[in-house]
Design a protein around this ligand. Structure first.
Ligand SMILES: *[C@@H]1O[C@H](CO)[C@@H](O)[C@H](O)[C@H]1NC(C)=O
Ligand SMILES: *[C@@H]1O[C@H](CO)[C@@H](O)[C@H](O)[C@H]1NC(C)=O
Length: 253
């Protein structure tokens, strides 16, 4: 009996998770920092196109405004912005029913140095390359990299690779190129879950295949649970019927 109710519960939970529409916000190019006037594309990639997701943001000036409403050019599901420093803020996708996607922090600078760091969480164990870039010169100047305010490395080529990232690499990063200045700071988030695949050029096929993969896993889990449930009930029946023949035989005697 107990096992059956546990199975029922699992069945319900997976049914619920399978019917919840999820959207992912992707950014192209997939970085956290931009120079003023760069073109940035933001897309709400969704599992079920009927959900009607909108891209929203909070900046220092306005809260929860949507793409096309005073900022960005909307061509659903993508929003294009020629970014200005005032566009710095938190961006996310939101459906009418309430669920929201992952959030991303974008920082736009009027200065001349940026740190190109991944905008989406990076997977534990992956290698991450950070690039310290100036607006005016080719990007191979020596740079200093900082994490949480402390100098971690000086690199002659402006690149820094963190190999096999772990949770301890999470933090606030910035860089500095002498004679040009300092970049803004950006968070690098490390995740252990396999739900985030940062596509470097943000084409939709990899995202779509991840989503259909999630759906496939859902369907398989549902099927397995169904089979287990049916087996439980089939097994039960002979036990329930056994006493009856006994009664019949004894009354015959
Ligand atoms: C956006 O701003 C509103 C109002 O200040 C706040 O309630 C909400 O939590 C913010 N959302 C994000 C994602 O920061
Ligand atoms: C955005 O940045 C703020 C601080 O600047 C940080 O607390 C928050 O966790 C960041 N959010 C994301 C989604 O990276």
């Amino acid at each position: 009996m107990k096992e059956t109710s546990v199975l029922c519960l699992l069945f319900l939970i997976s049914l619920l998770s399978c019917t919840t529409n999820q959207a992912r916000l992707t950014v192209s190019p997939s970085y956290s920092q931009f120079f003023k006037d760069q073109s940035v594309y933001l897309s709400c990639e969704e599992d079920d196109s009927s959900a009607g997701w909108t891209l929203r943001r909070n900046t220092s000036k306005q809260q929860r405004t949507q793409c096309g409403d005073g900022w960005g050019t909307s061509a659903a599901p993508t929003c294009n912005i020629a970014v200005l420093p005032l566009d710095s803020g938190v961006y996310w996708c939101e459906s009418r029913e309430g669920p929201i996607s992952n959030m991303v922090n974008l920082t736009v600078t009027g200065g001349s140095v940026i740190l190109q760091s991944p905008v989406l969480p990076v997977m534990e164990g992956d290698d991450v390359t950070l690039l310290c870039k100036t607006k005016t010169t080719p990007s191979n100047l020596p740079a200093a990299f900082y994490k949480d305010g402390s100098l971690i490395r000086k690199q002659p080529t402006g690149h820094m690779t963190i190999q096999h990232v772990s949770r301890s690499d999470e933090g606030l990063y910035k860089c500095d190129i002498s004679g040009h200045g300092e970049s803004p700071s950006s968070w690098i988030t490390v995740t252990g879950e396999d739900t985030t695949t940062p596509p470097p050029t943000s084409t939709s096929p990899p995202v779509l295949s991840v989503l259909s993969c999630v759906r496939l896993v859902c369907v398989v889990v549902l099927l397995v649970l169904l089979v287990l449930l049916v087996r439980r009930y089939v097994h039960k029946k002979p036990e329930d019927f056994k006493p009856e023949p006994d009664v019949v035989y004894s009354s015959l005697k």
